[in-house]
Ligand binder design. Structure first.
Ligand code: DAK
Length: 270
């Protein structure tokens, strides 16, 4: 298989985009982000394509932004964080803003930035063992694209984001309305593709204008401004020091990511 961080192919009227860093659980590093942006622009421009299915190679959809790369980058100060986080924000939001419907096919972990990206897709299908969540608050970090309160209710959004839960089951994700359906493991791509086929079989201009109208309803309710406030908050969180973040970073630097994750997760009931 190609070692490109993103794979694409077109099947009938459906464009497939697959995150392809399976050894790192498809963590979003800068190469994957750049390749995704390019691939999405090509799929949008491709007249054969009416709908885009987004998936991950290997055992996870994705474990979120790459924590090893961010450790090596050692970003400091609000201006530098703004640059990093605006890039991350645009990367996630392109799936919401895409003129063609986007459908996520999720297996395994779908965490943090990847959870936000899944939320930004118009629809999502998950295998029954998929696990979702946003662990950022557990290590003094924040959410870059605060879509969750728009997709589910405030109680559910707060429980998930304020505890940093990262083992939300597919059944629970369905219950709180952040995914569309749960299927047996291994059938998520097929089920997402079937959904994409139904969208692609409808009148393309009606689909395009209907997605635009739905998104506009959220724009009118203030979604874009609220997301910008969320982004500013994340810039504030990431560029300030706090004890949890310092300790997480120290362990990550001295003992590696696995040790830092074990320290982080050992403090919670699960
Ligand atoms: N980044 C980079 N590599 C990752 C990764 C990630 N987010 N998640 C997993 N991997 C890598 C692991 O390091 C491991 O690589 P090797 O050690 O084999 O080289 C490989 O993927 C397989 O992972 P595990 O061995 O850990 O697999 P398990 O099944 O045991 O556990 C897991 C899977 C997803 C539960 C666990 O890996 C995990 O909790 N991963 C972290 C998920 C996470 O917290 N994601 C949040 C992304 S943060 C910051 C800068 C930026 C950000 C935050 C802080 N600072 C400078 C402070 C960004 C925000 C985010 O999106």
């Amino acid at each position: 298989m190609s070692d490109s961080p993103v794979l694409t192919h077109v099947e009938g009227r459906i464009g497939h985009l697959t995150f392809n860093r399976p050894k790192a659980l498809n963590a979003f590093d800068s190469a994957l982000i750049a390749a995704t942006n390019k691939a999405m622009a090509e799929l949008v421009a491709d007249e054969r394509v009416l709908t885009i299915v987004v998936s991950g190679a290997g055992r996870a959809f994705s474990a979120g932004f790459d924590l090893k790369e961010s450790a090596a980058r050692q970003t400091t100060g609000a201006a530098a964080w703004r640059q990093v986080l605006e890039t991350d924000f645009d990367f996630v939001l392109q799936f919401w803003d895409c003129p063609k419907p986007t459908i996520a096919a999720v297996q395994g972990y779908c965490l943090a930035g990847a959870f936000e990206l899944m939320l930004a897709c118009d629809m999502a299908v998950a295998g029954q063992s998929a696990l979702f969540g946003e662990p950022e608050v557990r290590f003094g970090s924040g959410a870059v694209a605060l879509l969750l309160p728009w997709v589910t209710g405030p109680k559910q959004a707060k429980e998930l984001l304020l505890t940093g839960a990262d083992r939300v089951t597919a059944a629970r994700a369905l219950e709180i309305g952040v995914i569309n359906r749960v299927v047996p493991d291994g059938q998520e791509l097929e089920a997402a593709t079937a959904l994409a086929r139904d969208v692609a079989a409808a009148a393309p201009e009606s689909v395009r204008l209907t997605k635009r109208a739905i998104n506009r309803a959220y724009e009118l309710a203030g979604l874009r401004d609220a997301l910008k406030v969320g982004l500013e908050t994340d810039i504030e969180i990431e560029s300030a020091e706090n004890p949890e973040r310092s300790e997480f970073n120290r362990i990550r630097r001295e003992e590696g990511l696995q040790a830092a994750l074990a320290w982080r997760d050992g403090r919670f009931g699960g």
